[in-house]
Write a protein that binds this ligand. Structure first.
Ligand SMILES: C=CC(=O)SCCNC(=O)CCNC(=O)[C@H](O)C(C)(C)COP(=O)(O)OP(=O)(O)OC[C@H]1O[C@@H](n2cnc3c(N)ncnc32)[C@H](O)[C@@H]1OP(=O)(O)O
Length: 330
């Protein structure tokens, strides 16, 4: 059995944490009934928090971080998963409670894995990653609540980030008018190429405003929380729907009930980590059908596992556009 490279986070004696690269054998992997050879992983905001120790994402040490991976099943004791099958993993505690994707191999539970649609390569799956899968869950929630392109525009916060880029791309493909909120106006051309029709600066939404403002959009995908989410709700059209999937601006929600009781808007929480498997499978099938492969390439950059710590710092500073795909062999 070949050994493989892994990024490992350990607790140090001072109560902090350290990150190192190790060559491990399969016997070092934690419990599970399926061994997957990781072809590609990705670096998400949450991984950056875990690797830098900026937030208590890691629940046990030592930990291989990485909330997602795509690869080939090498061994399986799960009757529903066959060796040789191409699979994708998002969340389910990977990189938090169980060793995740930033290593050449992973031992996982079969029920966490989704068969990768034939139309997607494992690299494309990780260019989409948990960010794109989360964006797809937000859009499915908007649709389920009755929002469609005729309802009105949809606004996306954190638009040049991973979730935001994929949300803009997917919504535009579905025929929505997409308004993109970003802290990086220099990315306007990029966002327009993905399908945004207007670019709004995030400073406009940084402080809590009036309980109700002029209604501007029928739907929203919010990665920020905090005052951003409150301001998005205050500008949502009657019977509009806001989906909340992140906390880049904060955990708080300094809002009033006015948009809920005077405009009948709804706020839908998106939990991509423990989402039921059937919904994951639908999301990946929709992604395979909707994602423009050329646009996806423009939204993704490839890095080596060795470069992950430096890119984690950049990601938290907001210096990264789109998605980061990680090659665990380099
Ligand atoms: C990738 C998806 C997941 O990890 S889902 C996992 C479950 N969710 C969580 O665990 C929540 C914790 N994660 C978050 O809150 C993240 O915001 C996120 C996961 C929802 C977004 O991840 P993404 O990979 O898209 O992050 P990026 O770093 O690529 O982009 C972030 C985007 O937000 C902007 N931003 C940062 N701070 C603020 C702020 N204070 N106010 C408004 N917007 C903010 C950041 O600048 C990026 O967008 P930009 O266009 O550059 O403004």
């Amino acid at each position: 059995m070949d050994d493989f490279q892994a990024l490992v986070i350990e607790k140090n004696e001072a109560g902090g944490q350290s990150v190192s690269f190790r060559r491990l054998g399969e016997d070092a992997l934690p419990e599970g009934n399926v061994v997957v050879r990781t072809e590609w992983s990705s670096l998400n905001y949450k991984d950056a928090l875990a690797i830098t120790g900026e937030a208590p994402i890691v629940r046990r040490f030592p930990m291989v971080p990485g909330i997602d991976l795509a690869g080939i099943v090498e061994r399986s004791d799960d009757p529903a998963i066959a060796p040789g099958e191409r699979v994708v993993l998002n969340g389910c505690g990977a990189g938090e409670e169980h060793w995740g994707g930033l290593a050449g191999k992973a031992r996982l539970r079969g029920e966490w894995l989704v068969p990768l649609p034939a139309a997607l390569s494992t690299r494309q799956a990780m260019a989409i990653g948990t960010a794109g899968y989360t964006a797809m869950l937000c859009i499915m929630a908007l649709e389920q609540a009755g929002i469609n392109p005729a309802s009105g525009p949809v606004v996306v916060s954190g638009a040049s980030g991973g979730v935001g880029s994929l949300a803009v791309m997917l919504l535009a493909k579905l025929g929505y008018e997409v308004l993109a909120i970003t802290g990086q106006p220099e990315e306007s051309q990029y966002l327009k190429a993905l399908g945004a029709t207007a670019i709004l600066h995030r400073d406009e939404f940084a402080k809590t405003g009036k309980p109700l403002e002029r209604a501007r959009w029928a739907g929203a995908v919010d990665v920020a929380g905090g005052a951003m989410l409150a301001n998005i709700c205050a500008r949502t059209m009657p019977r509009g729907v806001v989906t909340a999937c992140g906390l880049a601006a904060g955990m708080d929600f300094p809002a009033t009930v006015a948009p809920f009781i005077l405009r009948g808007i709804s706020l839908v929480g998106i939990d991509s980590v423990y989402c039921p498997r059937e919904k994951r499978m639908t999301a990946w099938a929709r992604l395979a059908e909707l994602v423009d492969r050329n646009l996806l390439e423009t939204a993704a950059r490839e890095i080596a596992l060795a470069d992950v710590p430096a890119w984690a710092q950049a990601l938290l500073k907001g210096d990264v556009r789109g998605r980061i795909v990680v090659d665990p062999r380099r």
